[in-house]
Design a protein around this ligand. Structure first.
Ligand SMILES: C[S@@+](CC[C@H](N)C(=O)[O-])C[C@H]1O[C@@H](n2cnc3c(N)ncnc32)[C@H](O)[C@@H]1O
Length: 370
């Protein structure tokens, strides 16, 4: 089914009251023909945003507390992200989709004070009090975005003996959303083993209880290799000093003897890397690049770290070029290690757009005529 691309700048309302097409933002023709408005919470440097824009999303609001991530976000998108998600009240612009790569925290009923619980049944939402997910859930309850897209670490499902995941899923269901989730490895798009949970939730009052959503199969084109993203002449400052290299090898050996595999890892350029973490800046030990016989390995350059996450070259130029580098190497590594791979988001968002199209046409099979 191919639908016409919306070209009018007239705002249109979805049954829930959210605009399906933005009034003052440029309507962006998407691959599948449904421009939609979204808000980008816990936006980091905008991995979610890039994936959503690739399928026609128009960002109406972003929120990120870290001033350095805000700097990169500004350099990349020209937008100032608002600060603290917990300060959001009823001031979000209308949106069709709420995106959030929120930090994971344990939930405990101990956080619910007696006073708060007086006269209230303990639902899942109560269980999340005091956490960032609680604020997110409140925003969802208040604004009722037709679609919610969340991203988190794979361990979210097993975190706190499964209680964290049960609470998140239960809260969304309690808020009348139908929830889909899948662990996706970004290795189909970038030369990095990076498993993340993607959670998609549809407002039941709008989409019914069985929206036809499915996660796409990963593309079956040849997978990228680490060698594809390496710089030909990296600055020698990224080579490990003899002292650090010795220390890392000893540390790895100590752990091996204790029977746990934790240690440093020299990557195979013809393969893929381990997961880039936000602590990569410390010593780079999880992904070291071999430099041949007689030379110590090196860490990834910040540009290589950005490529490993699949961020486009023109944005990396804007962030990392020359003396005007927007943030320090340390901040750049942290930002990439915290980010989501945009291509993974794009793949999920493309499937969401299919459901939006289905919703737009299902009443009478006609997009424009009500
Ligand atoms: C897992 S990262 C999300 C990264 C993002 N998906 C990206 O592609 O860059 C979580 C982000 O939430 C931000 N954060 C943590 N607490 C916050 C708060 N209270 N308000 C807004 N942002 C917050 C962190 O600074 C971090 O950048």
């Amino acid at each position: 089914m191919t639908l016409p691309v919306e070209t009018s700048d007239r705002p249109r309302s979805s049954p829930s009251g959210a605009t399906l097409f933005s009034a003052d933002a440029e309507p962006v023709p998407s691959a599948s023909g449904v421009p939609f408005a979204f808000v980008d919470l816990f936006s980091g440097i905008g991995g979610m945003r890039l994936g959503l824009e690739a399928v026609g999303g128009v960002c109406r609001y972003s929120c990120e507390i870290d001033p350095y991530a805000q700097k990169t976000y500004r350099a990349w998108f020209g937008d100032d992200a608002a600060g603290d998600v917990t300060q959001i009240r009823d001031d979000l612009p209308p949106h069709d989709l709420l995106a959030a790569g929120f930090p994971c925290q344990p939930f405990s009923l101990a956080g619910v004070s007696k006073k708060n619980s007086l006269g209230r049944q303990h639902g899942f939402l109560d269980k999340t009090q005091g956490t960032l997910f609680f604020h997110l859930a409140r925003i969802i309850e208040q604004h009722r975005p037709p679609v919610v897209l969340l991203e988190n670490v794979k361990n979210l499902r097993s975190h706190n003996k499964g209680d964290t995941w049960r609470t998140i899923q239960g809260t969304l269901e309690e808020l009348k959303y139908t929830v889909f989730s899948r662990i996706i490895d970004a290795a189909a798009w970038v030369p990095q083993h990076r498993e993340r949970i993607l959670i998609v939730a549809f407002d039941r009052t709008l989409f019914g209880s069985q929206p036809p959503f499915v996660f796409a199969q990963p593309p079956d084109h040849p997978r990228p290799k680490l060698a594809d993203i390496l710089e030909p002449n990296p600055d020698p400052k990224y080579t490990l000093t003899d002292r650090l290299w010795r220390y890392l090898q000893d540390y790895a050996e100590r752990h091996r003897r204790k029977g746990n595999g934790f240690g440093c890892s020299v990557a195979d350029p013809h393969g893929i890397t381990r997961t880039l973490s936000a602590r990569y800046y410390k010593d780079g030990s999880e992904i070291l690049i071999p430099q041949g016989e007689g030379r110590n390995p090196r860490r990834l350059t910040p540009r290589e770290a950005g490529r490993l996450m699949g961020f486009p070259e023109h944005l990396l130029d804007r962030m990392l070029n020359g003396p005007a580098q927007v943030v320090s190497d340390t901040q750049a590594y942290k930002q990439f290690g915290n980010a989501v791979v945009p291509a993974v988001v794009e793949s999920v968002a493309r499937q969401i757009v299919q459901v939006m199209q289905w919703q737009l046409t299902r009443s009478n099979g006609c997009l424009l005529k009500r």
